[in-house]
Design a protein around this ligand. Structure first.
Ligand SMILES: Cc1cc2nc3c(=O)[nH]c(=O)nc-3n(C[C@H](O)[C@H](O)[C@H](O)COP(=O)(O)OP(=O)(O)OC[C@H]3O[C@@H](n4cnc5c(N)ncnc54)[C@H](O)[C@@H]3O)c2cc1C
Length: 547
């Protein structure tokens, strides 16, 4: 039943207050000319988990703040158990639950988008938006911003094993870098993070919360958007459910979907935009046949090497390990400093899986603990150990997000279809060998215990691959399901407008035509910064035309 109150009308409606949605809400309301309503399915971000950097693992056990999806199981992967797919569900979206690593990817990623026919998306086009969003504690320079809302800082190295990782990388012959986000990404080093004064700087904290003092912005939490209302191929509003009641709001100008790479295609399909046959099978009226919706799912497939440690200076969930954290807990409570003030993944690398390549094709995430299954393998973590995860930076395998039901509260099916392209397998295997090479270097001598996974018995490529698949995971970077482009599989054009429907855009990680070479939060925020410019300039043009 729809409510009887008069229908509220806004200039812009944004669905989803995640990394992209928060940026848009701020920028579109900034000049005071337009009214903006942003709808978020999850609650406000008041939980301490959303502030304390090291607490991000806690979200893996939450259904309140996490969509907590499971991907379609595959018998040869994780022994048939589904890969867990965490996505943030609160103000800030995944930027409130992520590991906070600040990475942009490689110049060639964006030049490639442009070469696919997406005018205005080259690296030189997007660099100003990265800079506009960023306030780097190292100050402004050619590559970095010094004045933006998103705070980016260096952490103090809390875990000595991360120092061993950097030293060992140098011993193994790899470059060491102090900035993964300048002209060359290659090397091992410490990650800069979206952390301000010891607290997480999510998109909500950076962009949305400061804007909420404006009179022209409305944020509605715990509001699940169930449908985009489309009349004569024009998006005119949305339906949402809050506390079990259905509501309708209208948009004068545009509806913008920023639900992330899983939920945005789901919402489009629920609204009748997608592959006609699939929609009809679920009893959904097809308003516009757009077969690319939910296709082209790309994700950083991830494997790991887990090693027992002879030293006890890492993170462990044993009683002894937890007691070891006490001084840091006190330090955090009193000064917002120490291990809790930083991400767990302090160090990592962007490397080439084979020397013939001209740029890195793998990323390493070093962890001072035995980390598997998104940190849900509690029993494993009770042991002393360290791990390094490797992912394929530009996977060629693509998967799908499809509807299981026309009911918006039922999760869509996520099929990563990992290794459907053979190239990804070789890169992952070679990545494991790169980690082993680093772990074999002298700086790890005082740490190195038994290799628990893949285990030394896995030596040839096929053995490494089969064992790696047993603990296979992702780096939480699904993209591409509403890809930008002009081909048949494209969902939005280079202005991020949905093909075939007026006044409707998608602005989030789902529009990436190909996955960028690194973590996806900063790129998603830069996409939203650029989209805000496009939307405001279209509005400006319209007002000139109407004069
Ligand atoms: C556990 C984890 C760790 C990560 N670590 C890093 C990292 O260290 N560095 C990095 O760069 N990236 C990281 N990422 C990835 C990065 O955070 C995401 O790529 C980025 O946040 C995606 O932004 P988005 O706007 O596309 O989607 P999100 O930020 O996920 O936002 C989507 C929002 O829309 C809301 N929503 C969805 N559907 C609806 C609906 N129907 N109605 C209303 N609201 C809806 C959701 O609740 C959510 O708040 C991580 C992600 C996760 C989950």
């Amino acid at each position: 039943m729809l409510n009887k109150a008069p229908t509220k009308i806004y200039d812009y409606i944004i669905v989803g207050a995640g990394s992209a949605g928060c940026v848009l809400a701020n920028r579109l309301s900034e000049n005071g000319k337009y009214t903006v309503c942003i709808l978020e399915a999850g609650p406000a971000d008041k939980t301490p988990l959303a502030s304390i950097p090291a607490a991000f693992g806690g979200f893996m056990f939450s259904k309140k703040y996490n969509w907590a999806y499971n991907a379609k199981p595959e018998s040869s992967i994780r022994n048939g158990e589904p890969i867990f797919v965490p996505r943030g569900k609160m103000l800030g979206g995944s930027s409130s639950t992520n590991a906070m690593l600040y990475i942009r990817g490689q110049k060639q990623d964006y030049d490639h988008w442009q070469s696919l026919g997406n005018e205005g998306w080259s690296y030189n086009d997007i660099l100003p938006y990265f800079k506009r969003s960023e306030s780097n504690t190292r100050g402004e320079c050619h590559y970095h911003g010094g004045n933006g809302p998103l705070h980016v800082s260096d952490g103090t190295v809390g875990y000595p094993v991360n120092k061993a990782f950097i030293a060992a990388s140098a011993e193994a012959g790899y470059n060491i870098t102090n900035d993964f986000n300048n002209d060359s990404q290659e090397g091992a080093g410490y990650y800069q993070c979206t952390i301000k004064d010891g607290k997480r700087c999510s998109a909500a904290k950076a962009y949305l919360v400061p804007a909420l003092t404006r009179k022209n912005i409305t944020a509605i939490v715990e509001a699940l958007t169930t449908k985009i209302i489309i009349e004569h191929k024009i998006a005119v509003g949305v339906e949402y459910i809050k506390r079990g009641k259905s509501h309708v709001i209208k948009a004068n100008r545009e509806v913008i979907i920023s639900g992330g790479a899983i939920n945005s295609p789901q919402l489009l399909m629920l609204s009748g935009i997608g592959e006609k046959h699939q929609l009809q099978q679920l009893g959904i009226d097809c308003i516009h046949h757009l077969p690319g919706v939910g296709k082209n799912l790309q994700e950083h497939v991830d494997a790991c090497v887990l090693v027992k440690s002879k030293k006890r200076d890492g993170l462990s969930t044993s009683l002894r390990g937890l007691l070891r954290m006490l001084p840091d807990t006190l330090k955090y409570m009193t000064k917002k400093q120490g291990k809790l003030a930083n991400t767990i993944t302090e160090a990592g690398a962007f490397l080439k899986s084979n020397e013939q390549l001209d740029r890195p094709d793998i990323q390493l995430h070093m962890a001072p603990l035995l980390y598997d299954d998104n940190g849900r393998a509690i029993k494993l973590m009770m042991n002393e150990g360290y791990s390094c995860h490797v992912c394929v930076l530009r996977p060629k395998s693509t998967g799908t997000v499809t509807l299981k039901s026309a009911n918006p509260t039922i999760s869509p099916e996520i099929d990563f279809n990992f290794f459907s392209h053979p190239a990804d397998k070789k890169i992952l295997i070679d990545g494991i060998k790169v980690i082993r090479k680093i772990f074999a270097a002298p700086s790890f001598d005082e740490y190195r215990g038994e290799e628990l996974h893949p285990g030394i018995q896995a030596q040839c490529d096929e053995e490494i691959f089969v064992k790696s698949k047993e603990l296979l995971g992702t780096v939480f970077h699904p993209v591409g399901t509403c890809k930008m482009g002009n081909d048949e599989a494209a969902v939005v054009n280079h202005q991020l407008q949905v093909h075939g429907i007026n006044h409707l855009r998608v602005v989030d990680a789902s529009i990436m035509p190909t996955l960028i070479s690194g973590n996806t939060n900063a790129p998603t925020m830069a996409i939203a910064e650029k989209a805000a410019d496009m939307i405001l300039s279209a509005a400006h043009q319209l007002s000139l035309n109407n004069q």
